[in-house]
Design a protein around this ligand. Sequence first.
Ligand code: UGA
Length: 441
Amino acid sequence: MHIVVVGSGYVGLVSGASFADFGHSVVCVDKDAGKIAKLEAGVMPIFEPGLDQLVETNCRAGRLAFTTDLAKSISGADVVFLAVGTPSRRGDGHADLTFVYQAAREVAEAATGSLVVATKSTVPVGTGDEVERIVRQARPDLEITVASNPEFLREGSAIEDFKRPDRIVIGANDPRSREAMGEVYRPLYLNQPPIMFTSRRTSELIKYAANAFLATKITFINEIADLCEQVGANVQEVARGIGLDNRIGSKFLHAGPGYGGSCFPKDTLALVKTAQDHASPLRIVETVAAVNDQRKRAMARKVIQACGGSVRDKTIALLGLTFKPNTDDMRDAPSIAIVTALEDAGARVRGFDPEGMQHARAMMPDLQLCDSAYSCVEGADAMVIVTEWNEFRALDLKRVKALLAEPVVVDLRNIYRPEDMARLGFHYQSIGRPSLPVAES
Ligand code: UGA
């Protein structure tokens, strides 16, 4: 099949390269000429494990190409995926659909024959109807049908998620779209992932409901963690104790500093807006979004408390700045709110991240960036684990203790064991687990 993917961001790039790896012929289009030039030279615009190799192999095999020329790429296409951004609209939290509608119009205008336009961007219920109206108006002479095909991949494990999905959701209101989309995913049938065919509106809502549910699960365990701290219980054991119940499941029950990233914060907000517009409010999701916002700032208060009630003129070392490990993405990362609150409280804040330094520099100009975890903690009054990169799990903690001015560690991801930290002589605070007294040396 000849597939075109419009938009070479996370979803577009990973989908395009994976479709090519299935054996389809794929062209990825983006308006950003700099990005396309880099991709043609084999330089990835994002950090995603395995993506560079996947792109290289498929480009070399002649199945994957990049261009800024949408019109040319559309000629002869069977399916065109829209994978452009849907940022939060300034001021009201609705998803901004400008790019989706614009791309749909340009695709229709360039079309040379019948084709299926499938939306992979996360779009509110009803967007497919508007896309259909746009393409019909632009090209009444052609049979262009519109499908919804939401993407559930996670940054950091995007390729694996794409190739071994828990499910594939295809929202289509006509048999031609259903047939073409089934053909796109046929190479995956060997692994037998469940494929769900639904109406377009149902498919659009599945995407938001999935992200809102996952955000709710995280927020639930985060609040339980707060209660654990008050009553002397251990949140990791509570999570395991409830997660072993198959009806609950053990995933997404890691308590932490609150969820961030380019999806959960934006998508929960957009879903809340859609629900309000339809006079069917989602009060649970509204609360989840509000609790999560407050939590990020509360993490700074936790650090201040661990430092004896004040961080004025103290140096705080933050390890991990991205919203989660294995990505360079800083969007809505908890580190941003934590740095701001600590600086407001008079602290000098330093940071280190294995991949996120470039974005961190642009987003937090006042933050002093260090070139390693050890140089970051040297002379600092506290070390704070904000993101659970593997290299922080394996730190030489004796060396860390010798480098710190005060042996204070606040672990917002529970990557160390309280008993080990107490034995090593750290004043150690984590999330939802009892703190132990420092062992006598
Ligand atoms: C999320 C969803 O997991 C994907 O299924 C979805 O496709 C994607 O959004 C999207 O809509 O595009 P992603 O944002 O890459 O993927 O990251 P997650 O792994 O879901 O993590 C989101 C946030 O939740 C991170 O800040 C992470 O640290 C936090 N989290 C996750 C927790 O605090 N605890 C957990 O147990 C799990």
